[in-house]
Write a protein that binds this ligand. Structure first.
Ligand code: ATP
Length: 602
């Protein structure tokens, strides 16, 4: 397949503002794509070469290299490339313009290392060359990389040059979510949306969209029905709903439940195959290198050859053995000498689930069975533990255990249904798990994680910077982001300095097709950055689209006095708090207020 088809698709995708159109364009593209390369096309659509979790090197070649490559390929001087880049604010566009201007004459010594073939660019040639560019390290790699890129740019049409440069910079950022790709795959290969569930389940079990699409395109939807987890490929995590009343929680899960500590650390999905171990984060990044101590403990303590288990990695006070808050784990991310940090910030992993063992898929088994397997296979050690838990149908016992959890440095408890249908719902937030967290002593009892969809210029002391961000919740039903509030406080001076840098690569000239907003910010951005927000209370608002019409016609739900707490870089846009959760939180707040009022009248 010619690369120009992909470049033209990128151009179309950039210009549209409706999600239906977005899906249709993808369906069109998939119909034109040979099945053997659909995985590559999907990765490239997402601006990458392989799944995020693969641990393989990503693209992201520095500007200077690229300017050099563009200069070589177009025969413009580096100064001219740089000038045009400054003028247009986009190196991709600059390359496009220069390609239009340049004559199509051949190159001299620079393209010696270019893969043979020349002529038209194909998706395979681009992909394979980009893999070489991304994989090359060490001395001498710089010139080879530049030559490879220049080689591609020589053969590129102007439009292809625009997207090649953005891809190589790691700045394609079309903001196409997995759900949109799944929709398009269902329409294209399964004939209807009816098979969407089969495709989605396959993806939830093996979070590799490229692989799922390839199996679908080559073998059809039937073969996806029997797909099993695969050690080394992450399973999309099951998530919990939230409620703030213990007896309501118990009745919601069917009366009797497994109640576990809700540890305040980093979620870890641990895969083991003999002496090979992979650790994936909540957003499925490969974080194995941060936890060599956990890897060792898992090799020793998991008594089977192949397994996928889940748990929470928690920092431990080296002096007392007490659990430490989530923030402590950040040292593991920042420090380079990991062996030193192992001593400074020791950790434990508290396992709470097992999803696969010695070729048996356990995700469809009830939790009672999974726990039995877990108990049998884990030999506990200083680092490897099984999550503290009780089984109860008694609200008082639940409350007591909740207090014990808080006392032990946890955030609260997770209450889990134990009936026969209590399977592991990969990739879903459902009522089989309900989190019960500590009251933060403010009207708004919990924080929310919202996505930045736009920004407003600042005034006064914030002149020349951004003064506020337009924040949205995720609505999985429509795969859109609905606005909740405009947040302008809680930022430190350092935050204000970094916001423009964070937003710059995400800025687009129009509202993103997956954003539902009635407010017009000064700049729109691709939904990607997630921040944790707290406020005084949830309130009804005619301006915002979150929960619009659910509580009252024409009115949505917003946050009064929202305050920025921190970035949640461990979350993707689709991991943000959902619209339904915010509606549920609003209802919970109404209930608390009326209970208070009732008490006061007595
Ligand atoms: P939060 O922001 O409140 O941590 P979240 O959005 O990251 O929540 P949720 O599904 O809402 O994720 O809450 C469940 C999270 O709690 C899990 O992702 C996991 O990281 C953590 N956790 C800690 N202990 C447990 C446990 N015993 N069982 C399940 N999850 C647990």
């Amino acid at each position: 397949m010619d690369f120009i088809i992909l470049a033209q698709t990128f151009a179309k995708l950039e210009g549209i503002s409706s999600r239906i159109e977005l899906t249709n364009i993808l369906v069109d593209l998939f119909r034109k794509t040979p099945p053997e390369i659909i995985d590559r096309v999907i990765y490239l659509l997402q601006g990458r070469l392989w799944p995020e979790w693969s641990g393989m090197p990503e693209l992201g070649v520095g500007e200077k290299f690229l300017i050099k490559a563009v200069s070589i390929a177009t025969k413009a001087s580096e100064g001219d490339v740089e000038k045009l880049y400054k003028q247009l604010g986009d190196l991709g566009k600059a390359a496009e313009v220069l390609k239009q201007r340049s004559s199509s004459g051949g190159l001299t010594q620079f393209i010696k290392l270019q893969p043979k073939g020349g002529g038209k660019l194909t998706v395979n040639k681009v992909y394979e060359t980009l893999v070489r560019v991304a994989s090359m390290v060490g001395e001498g790699s710089r010139d080879v990389k530049i030559n490879l890129i220049a080689g591609l740019l020589v053969d590129a049409e102007p439009l292809e040059a625009r997207y090649l440069v953005r891809l190589i910079e790691g700045r394609l950022r079309l903001g196409i979510g997995d759900a949109t790709i799944l929709d398009a795959l269902a329409i294209c290969f399964a004939g209807s949306q009816g098979f969407r569930n089969v495709i989605e389940r396959a993806y939830n079990i093996r979070a590799d969209l490229g692989n799922v699409a390839k199996v679908l395109a080559l073998e059809g939807v039937e073969s996806l029905k029997n797909i099993k987890p695969s050690v080394g490929t992450p399973i999309r995590p099951m998530l919990a709903e939230r409620l703030s009343n213990a007896s309501e929680i118990l009745s919601k899960v069917g009366g009797k439940a497994l109640v576990e500590f809700k540890y305040d650390g980093e979620r870890a999905q641990i895969h083991k195959d003999g002496n090979n171990v992979w650790i994936f984060s909540r957003r499925l990044e490969n974080i194995t290198h941060q936890y060599p101590d956990v890897v060792e403990a898992v090799i020793k303590g998991l008594k089977c050859s192949r397994a996928i288990v889940e748990g929470e990695i928690v920092a431990v006070d080296p002096d007392t053995g007490d659990l430490r808050p989530f923030q402590e784990l950040m040292h593991r991310k920042r420090k380079h000498d990991i062996h030193e940090v192992i001593k400074e910030v020791p950790v434990r992993v508290y396992l709470f689930d097992i999803l696969y063992m010695d070729d048996e898929d356990l995700t469809l088994k009830p939790i009672t069975i999974r726990r039995k397997y877990l108990q049998e296979v884990v030999e506990e050690s200083e680092i490897l533990r099984i999550a503290d838990h009780i089984v109860t149908d008694d609200v008082n016992k639940l409350e007591e255990f909740f207090l014990k959890a808080i006392e032990n440095g946890c955030e609260g408890v997770v209450v889990k249904a134990i009936h026969d249908q209590a399977i592991y719902q990969a990739g879903a937030r459902g009522w089989l798990w309900i989190k019960y967290k500590r009251d933060y002593k403010s009207e708004m009892i919990d924080t929310v994680d919202l996505v930045v969809v736009g920004a407003f210029y600042g005034r006064g002391r914030r002149g020349g910077k951004y003064g506020a961000l337009l924040m949205a919740a995720y609505d999985p039903k429509t795969d859109t982001f609905k606005t909740v509030c405009k947040v302008g406080s809680g930022f430190t001076d350092e935050d204000l300095e970094t916001i423009p840098k964070l937003l710059q690569p995400l800025i687009i000239s129009h509202k993103h097709p997956r954003v539902d907003s009635e407010i017009e910010p000064d700049v729109w951005v691709v939904p990607s950055l997630v921040a944790e927000i707290i406020g005084a209370e949830l309130t009804l608002s005619p301006l915002h689209t979150c929960g619009k019409g659910v509580v009252r016609p024409g009115v949505g739900i917003s946050i009064r006095f929202p305050r920025f707490l921190r970035w949640r870089s461990d979350k993707k846009a689709e991991d943000a708090t959902t619209v339904d959760e915010i509606i549920e939180m609003f209802r919970g707040q109404l209930k608390r207020v009326s209970e208070e009022a009732g008490r006061e009248q007595l």
